[in-house]
Design a protein around this ligand. Structure first.
Ligand SMILES: NC(=O)c1ccc[n+]([C@@H]2O[C@H](COP(=O)([O-])OP(=O)(O)OC[C@H]3O[C@@H](n4cnc5c(N)ncnc54)[C@H](O)[C@@H]3O)[C@@H](O)[C@H]2O)c1
Length: 326
């Protein structure tokens, strides 16, 4: 099968392309390299079944051309974490990019898989989050909500194209993915930054009191879930949580990373949320994955210690592991 992957040079995209190529598929990867280089794709650039195109996903012409003959479009390209970026990029790239992908699917109606996020559950205090849970987003002048809003918009667009035009769309809400290939700055997530700090024997920066929790999902489990959704008829028109259900505080995560990668006593440095301007964090984030288990057979296997060990090994092998992007 020919499969188109947007955001192919990024963390999830590059790992997905590798898995699809190993299964014998032909893969066309699109990325504008705005938040990644070609590092993750280097091993595949010469692969006879891989075609990489440097393009902006908002270009409808490019999407239309590259998606011709594709059986599945997996849309991962996005701008995230407006804590560090601007909300305008988040809104335009995410919404226009998704619209461009859906428009490109109009004539041939391939399967379309859209990446969403656990952030859409926002401040909902009722844990765990199931796909039917309410989405509690904060006020509009806290710009971090632009990311969740843009993804909610993407979800609605996807479902509307499914209902109006019969495009077989599936939506995946990822929870705290981590592993080799991830951006090693805050763009990648706290684990990336903690690993760098532990390797360099520097303080690990913790935002707020560190008692906020997250659920971290190893990349192999994410990729397995995506591929299951791509090829299952039961996924059409559906939203799925894809994540590991084990919950950990950010403070405990930092200590665990230090234990696995650092020397001596962990060094923690607490940074107040006020230093980001007007900001709100999410206190707890845990997925209910019963739906993905039942309909897709999704069953995350890699536990946090095992996954972190692999990530630390990869991150310590990088010559540019202390890059500062974006
Ligand atoms: N990694 C996670 O745990 C996680 C959690 C929730 C949601 N997601 C979603 O999953 C998707 C993939 O996430 P990721 O962690 O691999 O992110 P990533 O930043 O590593 O990869 C995204 C890629 O998209 C590319 N890109 C950005 N704007 C583009 C544009 N306009 N045109 C073409 N390419 C563009 C970037 O250069 C980058 O390579 C995103 O949609 C993200 O919102 C990921």
């Amino acid at each position: 099968m020919k499969i188109l992957v947007t955001g192919a040079a990024g963390f999830i995209g590059s790992n997905l392309c590798a898995a699809l190529l190993s299964q014998g598929h032909t893969v066309c990867g699109i990325d504008n390299l705005s938040q990644s280089g070609l590092r993750n794709l280097k091993p595949y650039l010469a692969h006879s079944q891989f075609n990489f195109v440097e393009e902006d996903v908002r270009s409808f012409e490019a999407m239309k051309k590259m998606s011709q003959g594709a059986s599945v479009l997996v849309h991962l390209a996005a701008f995230k974490i407006p804590r560090y970026g601007n909300s305008l990029d988040t809104l335009t790239i995410n919404v226009q990019g998704t619209e461009s992908v859906l428009q490109a699917a109009l004539s041939d109606k391939p399967r379309v898989v859209l990446a969403s996020t656990s952030d859409v559950y926002g401040k909902n205090p009722n844990i765990p989050f199931s796909e039917s849970s309410d989405l509690y987003l904060g006020e509009s002048n806290v710009r971090r909500w632009a990311y969740a809003i843009s993804k909610v918009m993407d979800e609605h667009y996807g479902l509307a194209y499914h209902q109006e035009f019969g495009i077989p769309v599936s939506i995946l809400r990822f929870f705290g993915g981590y592993g080799p290939g991830q951006n090693t700055t805050w763009w990648g997530g706290p684990q990336s930054v903690f690993i760098n700090a532990a390797l360099l024997n520097q303080p690990m920066e913790i935002h707020g009191d560190g008692l906020q929790t997250r659920s971290f999902t190893y990349i192999d489990d994410n990729v397995d879930g995506i591929i299951r959704a791509m090829f299952s008829d039961k996924a059409v028109g559906e939203i799925f949580n894809l994540g590991n259900t084990k919950e950990i505080t950010i403070r405990d995560l930092a200590q665990l990373v230090w234990k696995l990668a650092g020397k001596g006593e962990p060094k923690l440095k607490f940074i107040s949320y006020q230093s980001f301007g007007k900001y709100e964090d999410v206190r707890r984030r845990v997925p209910d994955i019963q739906k993905a288990r039942e309909l897709l057979g999704f069953d995350p296997k890699v536990d946090l210690v095992e996954g972190l060990k692999k990530t630390i090994e990869w991150q310590s092998s990088l010559t540019d592991s202390v890059e500062v992007t974006p």
